[in-house]
Design a protein around this ligand. Structure first.
Ligand SMILES: [Zn+2]
Length: 802
């Protein structure tokens, strides 16, 4: 059972003055040894430490060895002093994991090197050491680690000493147990000093060439973001060093561990890195760096305030990567990728206020479900709106008051509102109530009174945004800031013109345009000069498909008509992702899926043709899409043989695997062919690509083998994900019928392995059209006992198809 809010409140009320010393021995091959010493004051004689899955436990309380009750999840502590400081020692033997929760091990097939890293967050700290695992029991941690003498060990604090395989790290400032990190292995490292601080980027030894390729840019981005935060934020950087590590098998995009950020190592791609990948990676770098203040120094008290960390980091990530590190027009990416995720999440039954009540998050398993499109995408968009509505100076002044008040402490929504309201004459509390305390989103509508556009709001929130006006040739004629509340806003100065509200993407709302404006725009979308307006319109079109105001065919018409001439790779990739992973599986019946995929392939072929000669970045985006959708086996085989798409356009390793998987799904790549590709690749990505391709083959034998492999008790998170992504092919719905049933029957059992694996099982949901009978099957399965995290995922999948 995960920790409950009530337990956390009681324990936070009883304990104080905590500090830990932690000694980890990672030299064992099958298990590791964890030795925790924790000192604390308590007003109660009894409490408990979390410790999950230990194989052996011995406990010493205030100098005396005790037979503490251990139930596999908690160590009961009794006879504590309520006057003196208590000293508790727990020595435990624990298993390694392969699912990205806890002490994760990975052996690199490229060179046999073994990596051992503690991936914590949520309530995984207790899979590594005994602790009071909650955000508001912060403590200083003094960490030492014994590892293979050939390994480098990275952790939150700076290295104090290193002797053979034993590493001692400087004690941290007060942080929650969940933010600890240890990463041991043959890291290839790039280190430097800057502004009196030690910095480093690290990656697996087999990714040394990739790290070296990108090292200059990674360093430049890190320093630029660091400098920009120094300008924006009054509090100095809170920790003693700043390492960033590309680690294997991480479940998150990255984790904001104080002084030592971890990134999933897919962010260091082989071959070339595209401009879109570079921009997204810079946003993640800036996102994680913002957490050093938003989350690591100022930490939420309980999980209802996840937004106080993730929404701010989402907002700051884009802002600082653009203004600080110089990646231009990142709001485009927000519109085509992030906000559609937010809208989709906000239209499901599982939606919740950006800032829910604490009682709506009764335990940590529930907390694991709110790291979602609301806490990131919508929350970030709300902060864009807040800064625009308040004015940036006032917004940042309030944010700084908050970060300074709660340095190395815990805070809540009320604290934040107090910090913000202290310097504002506006109704901040009213704004927070409308935007952060209520789920759902408004729709901005345009109607005509004569030929004068009139803006109205369906909903209840105050909005501030830009309206852009265009003539009949879609040339920009004017722009205007508008505040829209309950009263309609007439725009006589834009009479007779095409108008687009929210042209700067400032607010979070759907758009319903008047027929004149929509007619002109859907006929000439690619002619709009401003990419941000194009992105807003694409995102609105996707939302109209969701609400069934626009058919999937109409959306694919737009894709075929306008996307091939789109000049921005991020828009191309965002729209194609929406078409392939949302519109087709959710809105196209299985019998017509092949035709819909063929339409995407036709757009991709046209786009590739239009960009091959003059724009490598666009060509790479189109090639990846065509590799995944083309039915032309000869074309794809030609790419593999030549290892290039056209002169000057290489086949990137990820695109190569897309092509192999596609050939396999078409019945054009057998096991020998796939094995040869895997051997040619020789990396873990090659292993995963081959698993995916084998699973994609259109035969019952292949599907059965993939499904069996997914059920294996020791399957790791990456292999499970690769198998699922190969198994479900949009055009194979008939072949896959038995596996939809099998999935619904087996998934609840698989989802008991842990929070992250449960999420992986949820992501493995059939990525194909489901007929009414199959949806009934899902409804029936939901009526049975389904673990919290999987239930949330299934309800979301159901609602997306409703
Ligand atoms: Zn984050």
């Amino acid at each position: 059972m995960s920790l409950t809010l009530d337990e956390a409140r009681l324990r936070a009320g009883a304990l104080s003055s905590l500090s830990y010393s932690l000694d980890l021995d990672l030299t064992g091959l099958d298990t590791f040894r964890s030795h925790t010493r924790v000192r604390f004051r308590s007003t109660e004689a009894e409490t408990f430490l979390e410790l999950k899955g230990a194989l052996s436990v011995s406990t010493v309380v205030n100098g005396e060895a005790v037979e503490a009750a251990y139930d596999g999840g908690r160590v009961a502590l009794t006879g504590l002093s309520t006057d003196e400081v208590n000293a508790v020692e727990v020595i435990a033997t624990l298993p390694y994991t392969t699912d990205g929760d806890g002490m994760h091990t990975f052996t690199d097939p490229a060179d046999g090197s073994r990596y051992v890293s503690a991936y914590l967050g949520m309530d995984n700290a207790s899979k590594v050491f005994a602790c009071f695992d909650q955000n508001d029991l912060k403590a200083s941690f003094a960490v030492s680690v014994t590892a293979d003498p050939a390994d480098t060990v990275l952790a939150n604090g700076a290295v104090v000493s290193r002797d053979a395989g034993r590493w001692v790290f400087a004690p941290t400032p007060p942080i929650p147990p969940a933010l600890l990190v240890v990463a041991a292995g043959r890291w290839h490292s790039v280190r430097w000093s800057h502004e009196g601080l030690e910095f480093g980027w690290h990656a697996r030894r087999s990714l040394a060439a990739e790290l070296d390729r990108d090292a200059a840019e990674l360093r430049r981005t890190t320093e630029a973001c660091f400098a920009h935060y120094a300008d924006l934020i009054d509090e100095p950087y809170p920790f003693d060093s700043y390492d960033q590590v590309f680690v294997p098998g991480l479940n998150w995009g990255a984790q904001e561990m104080p002084g030592c950020v971890t990134y999933r190592d897919e962010l260091l791609p082989r071959g070339a890195i595209t401009d879109t990948q570079r921009a997204i990676r810079a946003v993640i770098i800036a996102h994680e760096m913002s957490h050093m203040w938003f989350g690591d120094s100022m930490t939420m008290t309980w999980w209802e305030d996840t937004w106080l960390q993730e929404s701010f980091a989402d907002y700051m990530g884009y802002r600082v990567a653009e203004a600080g590190a110089g990646f231009a027009d990142l709001r485009v990416e927000v519109e085509v990728r992030s906000k559609p995720w937010g809208y989709r999440s906000d239209a499901r039954r599982s939606t919740h206020p950006v800032a829910p009540l604490a009682t709506d998050v009764p335990d940590v398993d529930t907390a694991a479900t709110i790291f979602d499109g609301i806490s990131y995408a919508k929350g970030g968009a709300c902060l864009v709106q807040l800064a625009f509505w308040l004015g940036d100076e006032e917004f940042m002044a309030g944010v700084n008051r908050h970060l300074t008040r709660f340095r190395f402490a815990n805070a809540t929504l009320d604290d934040f509102v107090e910090s913000l309201a202290a310097g504002s004459s506006k109704d901040v509390r009213g704004w927070v109530d409308a935007w952060l305390r209520r789920p759902g989103f408004d729709t901005l509508t345009v109607r005509r009174s004569g030929d004068v556009p009139v803006l109205e709001r369906e909903g209840s929130r105050p909005h501030a945004f830009t309206v852009a006006a265009y003539d009949s040739a879609l040339r920009l004629v004017g722009r205007k800031r508008v505040e829209l509340g309950a009263e309609p806003v007439r725009l006589p100065e834009f009479a007779g013109l095409v108008v687009v509200p929210n042209a700067g993407g400032e607010t979070f709302a759907g758009l319903r345009l008047d027929p004149e404006s929509w007619g002109s725009l859907s006929g000439g979308l690619s002619r709009i000069e401003d990419p941000l307006v194009r992105a807003v319109l694409w995102s609105s079109a996707a939302l109209l498909v969701r609400s069934r105001d626009l058919s999937a065919d109409d959306f694919l018409d737009l894709v075929e008509a306008h996307l091939p001439t789109e000049t921005r790779p991020d828009i191309i990739e965002g729209v194609l992702s929406e078409a392939r992973s949302v519109v087709i599986p959710h809105r196209v019946p299985a019998a017509r899926a092949a035709g819909a995929v063929a339409r995407v392939a036709a757009a991709a072929a046209a786009g590739l043709k239009a960009s091959t000669d003059d724009d490598e970045q666009r060509a790479l985006a189109w090639a990846a899409a065509l590799a995944a959708t083309s039915a032309d086996a000869g074309l794809l085989r030609g790419w593999l043989d030549d290892d290039r798409i056209a002169a000057g356009v290489p086949v990137l390793p990820t695109t190569r695997w897309e092509a192999v998987v596609r050939l396999a799904s078409l019945g054009e790549a057998d096991a020998r062919f796939i094995a040869a590709e895997r051997d040619r690749d020789g990396t873990v990505e090659g292993d995963l690509g081959a698993l995916r391709a084998l699973a994609a083959r259109p035969s019952t034998i292949a599907k059965e083998a993939a499904w069996e492999a997914m059920l294996a008790p020791d399957v790791d998170n990456r292999r499970f994900g690769a198998l699922a992504s190969g198994l479900w092919v949009a055009e194979q719905a008939h072949l896959l019928r038995p596996y939809v049933e099998a999935y619904l029957a087996e998934a609840p059992k698989l989802a008991t392995r842990g929070q992250a694996f449960a999420q992986e099982v949820g992501r493995a949901f059939p990525r194909i059209a489901l007929d009414p009978e199959q949806l009934d099957g899902l409804r029936a399965a939901l009526a049975d006992g389904v673990p919290t995290i999987l239930r949330r995922s299934w309800e979301d999948h159901f609602d997306d198809r409703a």
